[in-house]
Ligand binder design. Structure first.
Ligand code: XMP
Length: 535
């Protein structure tokens, strides 16, 4: 991606590194993360307007501490060190770092001693209540330093700043909580400006990006689309591209973006594996054809998948069967497209970082992201136009490309589909029952205006039968569990407190409208220790 004004983030293993990149991009300045030990040539080639050194769990004086090439300080580019990045800066430039007498973790009050550059515009303390505010104001008038709340997480501290550096802020615990060498545009912070708990964190980052690095806010989705479509056109030339569509946001946005670049040279393949949601294939195909006039092949392989799933009850076996069968079907179809040279995938930036970052290649790339590797004999080259984007940026991109909200804001849906929501064996009859119940759950949650507040909501078909009474007749039918969770990334989740009224309607409708169900229960487990899916 060739955006001239970009910030480079060197990763020293902090859990917040991705957050720094996102915060910079939120300011409409392009940023990328590279591992701390990237070569100086690569950095020169990247040509950043500024470099941010991330935090990290190590101590600079440890034997195997990650140390970047010291030449980064000779590039004439502004550098901002955060936490470990600050200590690294001190260490590399001749200062002294040592273990802090007291580990500082969490909230701290930062006294700003120099508000000319990095802390420009930070004058007010945010407090919980007015009484406290007045007290703080009094403190501020007595004390020349403006106070702001910051988030600390460190065990080491700077005891002697390198030559040319002066302290620009302190806390009760850290006499040098921030320092600067203004002549060289080097700044360093002991706290984390990227986390929400740091009150003026965004302002500090903005000051660095705009005032120190002199970047301009040019990184917009509009410019991303222009640059990317141009690059795709150049790369593909007159060749053909195939793309597997799952109905999920990432693959759909990938397809629409590539379609914008090369139109009919792209063919999408949508495999109906028989365990999709109600009218899923029709909806996605309809949207892509109607709105974007795309070449799309829908392959109805439901029977083929069902045959393979017959008698299978183990969740992992279900996953494997569906994953492998998907590849076989996709391969068969892709081979029919004469002249196909490229395979488009919706790989996102977090997947890329996982496999290249400080922590080394990830062993756990999800199988459904890994279609490319399995099409070896076709020798398709990969196109991954979203590999620089975060999930929320993909949604913005989708909207900018004119995709309907129904596709953009949909809940995640697992590759193995309803098969891992039918406990026990998957049969066409059970799939049909679950599909109907699932539709009702989603309809009612949407009607109640709760869909966008919820990470995922769905029904699970349980393999137990319970007694009921309908009219004057005794029934002996299955149970459906309703699952609705709130989450930020799917890694942890809490069960959504759905209003009783909504739960009541869902239960009523399922029992009345779905033949084969006479009882509905609500799942009130969080993750961990439970998982979001039941299998
Ligand atoms: P769990 O059940 O592990 O789910 O808490 C976390 C998130 O991952 C999704 N999920 C899957 N997605 N293939 C997928 O594509 C899978 O095999 C799979 N298993 C779980 C799940 O829907 C949730 O969003």
């Amino acid at each position: 991606m060739d955006f001239k004004e970009k910030i480079l983030i060197l990763d020293f293993g902090s859990q917040y590194t991705q957050l720094i990149a996102r915060r910079v991009r939120e300011q409409k300045v392009y940023s990328e993360i590279l591992p701390y030990n990237v070569t100086i040539e690569r950095i020169r080639e990247f040509a950043p307007k500024g470099i941010i050194l991330s935090g990290g769990p190590s101590s600079v004086y440890e034997k195997d501490a990650p140390i970047a090439d010291k030449k980064i300080f000779e590039l004439g580019v502004p550098v901002l060190g955060i936490c470990y990045g600050m200590q690294l800066m001190a260490h590399c430039l001749g200062g002294k770092v040592s273990k802090a007498a007291k580990r500082e973790y969490g909230r701290a009050e930062l006294m700003i001693d120099d508000d000319a550059d990095l802390f420009k515009g930070i004058v007010k303390q945010k407090t919980e209540d007015r009484r406290q505010k007045t007290e703080v104001k009094k403190t501020v008038t007595r004390h020349p330093s403006p106070v702001t709340v910051v988030w600390m997480s460190h065990g080491d501290k700077i005891v002697k700043p390198p030559k040319g550096f002066l302290p620009i802020a302190h806390t009760g615990n850290s006499p040098i909580a921030a320092m600067a060498d203004k002549a060289r545009n080097f700044y360093a912070l002991q706290f984390h400006p990227e986390v929400v708990h740091t009150d003026n964190g965004t302002k500090v980052l903005r000051n660095f990006i705009f005032n120190v690095c002199k970047c301009r806010p040019k990184w917009t989705m509009h410019s991303f689309i222009e640059t990317t479509t141009l690059a795709i056109r150049e790369k593909v030339g007159r060749d053909k591209v195939v793309c597997a569509i799952s109905g999920g946001v990432d693959s759909a946005v990938t397809a629409v973006l590539i379609n914008k670049a090369i139109g009919k040279q792209l063919t999408c393949i949508f495999v109906d594996n028989g365990v999709l949601r109600y009218k899923e294939a029709e909806k996605v195909e309809g949207m892509l054809k109607r709105h974007f006039h795309m070449n799309i092949i829908c392959v109805d392989s439901a029977q083929r998948f069902m045959k393979k799933l017959k008698g299978v009850t183990d969740p992992e076996r279900k996953r494997k069967i569906i994953g492998n069968e998907f590849i076989y079907v996709f391969e068969e179809e892709a081979k029919k497209i004469k002249g196909a040279k490229y395979l488009a995938q919706g790989t996102l930036y977090p997947d890329v970082i996982e496999s290249t970052s400080f922590k080394g290649p990830s062993a756990t790339i999800k199988s459904h992201h890994n279609v490319g590797g399995l099409l070896k004999d076709m020798k398709l080259k990969l196109i991954e136009p979203l590999r620089e984007l975060f999930k929320d940026e993909v949604r913005v991109l989708g909207r900018e490309l004119g995709m309907p909200d129904e596709i953009i804001s949909r809940h995640p849906f697992p590759g193995p589909g309803l098969a891992i929501r039918i406990i026990d064996e998957v049969t066409p009859q059970r799939t049909e029952i679950l599909r109907k119940a699932d539709t009702i759950v989603l309809e009612e949650i949407k009607k109640a205006g709760l869909y966008n507040e919820i990470w995922q909501a769905f029904a699970v078909l349980l393999p137990i039968k319970t007694v009921g009474v309908m009219g004057d007749e005794r029934t002996y039918e299955n149970v459906v569990a309703v699952r609705a969770v709130k989450s930020v990334d799917g890694m942890t989740a809490d069960w959504a407190r759905l209003p009783y009224e909504v739960l009541g309607i869902i239960s009523n409708r399922i029992i009345n409208e779905v033949k084969g169900i006479n009882r509905v229960v609500f799942d009130i487990s969080s993750k961990p220790p439970s998982t979001i899916e039941w299998e």
